[in-house]
Design a binder for this molecule. Structure first.
Ligand code: LMR
Length: 400
């Protein structure tokens, strides 16, 4: 079976981390994978997480299997965080949830559910989008297409083409939307545009599928869900993939959820049975630890307050890095405009660097970023920022 087979290509994002680790150059900088770093370059374990783990170590009574869709009490708390406890469909029982293996696992479950219940549907992805969206869809066997998201000229959301494209999506199709902190561009709709998207979703009848991996990294957990709620208030059905990888720093614990909104509580529960069946044959039932940490934090007033405080600090550091990067580049390139870096949201800046510039930065300066010029702003450190700004400036000069 393995005789002289060709190796699979490296993953466009996680493969960069492998290449970075193998790079012996001491000046190397990893601005690839979306992982938060503090000023020393460490991806910290939050204090709230450590305290929750201590609590769990002292009180947890079993490692027996969780239900296939996760612990119901934890899932309730997650739903309240994602939508707000007073969101009418949540109170009415029209939202059901399954624990998932991070945001990727939630997307996989949601796409597999769509493949089963709507096998002829096309999933419309924003162009550009996170590379794994298309890869998961190919694996699941659902058709995919794209709609315009980003206007390189204004470096913001391509409002008019986006609305035109969404108005033409057939009612039986699915539209993937990033709820906030669009990956890779950092360009999010304003409230008026979310209203327009919601109106189209309502009148056209296509199913919105939200990727909500960055709740709290845009502004805060409440403001970051505003666009999602705008749409969900006007449609009968939707899917939402959520993750604690970023906002609780639980990357390797693989804690997330798939939330599904249905017309009635019975429909929601019936749909959840299909999600359970899909999960059962993929991995049987979810891992306990990461979700238990999240549930412990969300259930405890003090831990929750501590977590929100730490989340706000992460958000502030990323926003501060945006300003430092924009100012550093502007000082070296007075004829160019870098204010777009500050306008973008979340972890990433879509730098506009070309393939040649990105390749040169990696080859000559050991600075790793994703093809397409996506920079993980959360990976910039006081110690590396001047080197990164100098190097980007040099790449702009060499490859105009
Ligand atoms: C990213 O886009 O860098 C993150 O979502 C991590 C990943 O799994 O790709």
């Amino acid at each position: 079976m393995f005789d002289r087979i060709q190796p699979a290509p490296p993953d466009p994002i996680l493969g960069l981390t492998d290449a970075y680790r193998a790079d012996p150059r001491p000046c190397k900088v990893n601005l690839g994978v979306g992982v938060f770093m503090d000023e020393t370059g460490t991806t910290p374990i939050l204090d709230a997480v450590r305290k929750a783990e201590h609590l769990l170590a002292a009180t947890e009574k079993t490692k027996s299997y969780l239900p296939i869709s996760g612990d119901p009490a934890t899932m309730r708390l997650v739903g309240e965080l994602v939508f707000g406890g007073d969101f009418a469909p949540l109170r009415e029982g029209r939202i059901a949830a399954a624990q998932a293996l991070g945001g990727t696992g939630a997307l996989r479950l949601g796409f597999a559910l769509a493949r089963q219940l709507r096998p002829g549907a096309t999933v419309w992805l924003p162009a550009p989008t996170w590379g794994n969206h298309g890869a998961i869809l190919r694996d699941v066997g659902l058709a995919q297409d794209t709609y315009p998201w980003y206007d390189p000229a204004s470096r913001s959301v391509a409002d008019a083409p986006l609305l035109d494209a969404l108005s033409a999506v057939p009612p039986t199709d699915i539209v993937l939307l990033h709820a906030c902190c669009h990956n890779p561009t950092g360009a999010d709709p304003d409230p008026a545009l979310w209203q327009q998207i919601a109106a189209i979703a309502e009148t056209r009848g296509w199913l919105p599928f939200f990727d909500f991996a960055y709740q709290g990294f845009g502004q805060n957990p409440v403001d970051d869900r505003a666009g999602l709620l705008t749409v969900l208030s006007r449609v009968p059905e939707a899917l939402v993939a959520t993750s604690f990888s970023k906002n609780m720093g639980l990357y390797s614990e693989r804690a997330g959820s798939l939330q599904l909104l249905a017309r009635t509580p019975d429909d929601a529960q019936a749909a959840l049975t299909h999600v359970r069946r899909i999960a059962r044959v993929l991995y049987s039932n979810p891992p306990r630890h990461g979700a238990a940490i999240a549930g412990t934090i969300l259930a405890d007033t003090e831990l929750r307050a501590l977590w929100l405080h730490e989340l706000a600090a992460m958000q502030r550091r990323i926003a501060g890095n945006r300003t430092l990067l924009a100012d550093g580049l502007a000082a070296r390139n007075p004829d160019r405009d870098f204010t777009y870096i500050v306008r973008q949201n979340g972890m990433f800046s879509y730098s506009g660097l070309t393939e040649a510039q990105v390749a040169w930065l990696r080859a000559e300066r050991a600075i790793y970023m994703v093809k397409g010029g996506r920079i993980n702003v959360a990976g910039l450190l006081p110690a590396t920022l001047p080197y990164v700004c100098d190097s980007i400036t040099e790449s702009l000069r060499l490859f105009p």
